[in-house]
Design a protein around this ligand. Structure first.
Ligand code: 3PG
Length: 210
């Protein structure tokens, strides 16, 4: 059964990637995403601030669906969930993290790039996988080729997905959403220009809605 969190992602079709060094930026970032019409954030464990960012967003901006990205370990998954994360995304297929999430009824979108990764996801009963790094691993062409043997698997491509190519991905029947940092431009984040983040989200949303 599709959870409320995953349904929200499927409805929005867009998952902005959030990389913040400073947890005091969490609330303005979350508000910028909400204002831009994309109330979802994949907060990456690429910075030490990740758990604090998740906690601040979850506690102070309840409209936003907050998840954790770039999760490599069970400890990070636990920390993320304790902080308020509602879904976990991994860049590669990490069986321990996937097992922990499945056992704790936590939504998990595991990273897959090749058929062997997808086979592992299937063995855990999963049907939605991240496809990463999408552009480097053949992009739309690869996803089309995966449709034959993996007709029941749906993907969330990230990695090189941009305003220019996102609709090519979203046009595929096995793509449920796309993720990316283009909705949270790093220059805008660095400058704390939250209006620019809102603008980037609105631009993406408008393009998705055609
Ligand atoms: C990810 O972790 O999903 C990717 O690094 C996002 O890739 P992008 O920066 O090309 O959007």
């Amino acid at each position: 059964m599709t959870s409320e969190s995953m349904q929200k992602i499927f409805d929005l079709k867009l998952v902005p990637l959030v990389v913040l060094d400073d947890a005091t930026d969490a609330v303005p970032m979350a508000k910028a995403l909400v204002e831009g019409g994309i109330p979802v954030a994949e907060v990456t464990f690429r910075t030490d601030a990740a758990a604090d960012v998740i906690r601040a967003m979850a506690e102070q901006v309840p409209e936003i669906l907050v998840g954790a990205g770039t999760v490599h370990t069970v400890a990070q998954a636990q920390t993320a969930v304790e902080a308020g994360a509602k879904f976990i995304v991994t860049p590669g297929f990490q069986p321990d993290v996937v097992r922990w999430c499945v056992e704790h009824q936590m939504d998990i979108v595991p990273g897959t790039a090749v058929p062997s990764d997808i086979e592992q996801a299937i063995s855990f009963g999963l049907s939605v996988c991240k496809f990463f790094p999408a552009e480097a691993y053949g992009g739309v062409k690869t996803l089309k080729a995966l449709k034959g043997p993996y007709a029941d698997i749906r993907f969330m491509p990230t990695g090189g997905v941009s305003l220019d190519n996102m609709n090519d991905y979203l046009a595929l029947s096995n793509v449920v959403a796309i993720g990316g940092s283009f909705m949270t431009p790093s220059a805008a984040v660095k400058a704390k220009d939250w209006a620019k983040v809102t603008e980037a989200c609105r631009t993406a949303l408008t393009k998705v809605q055609g």
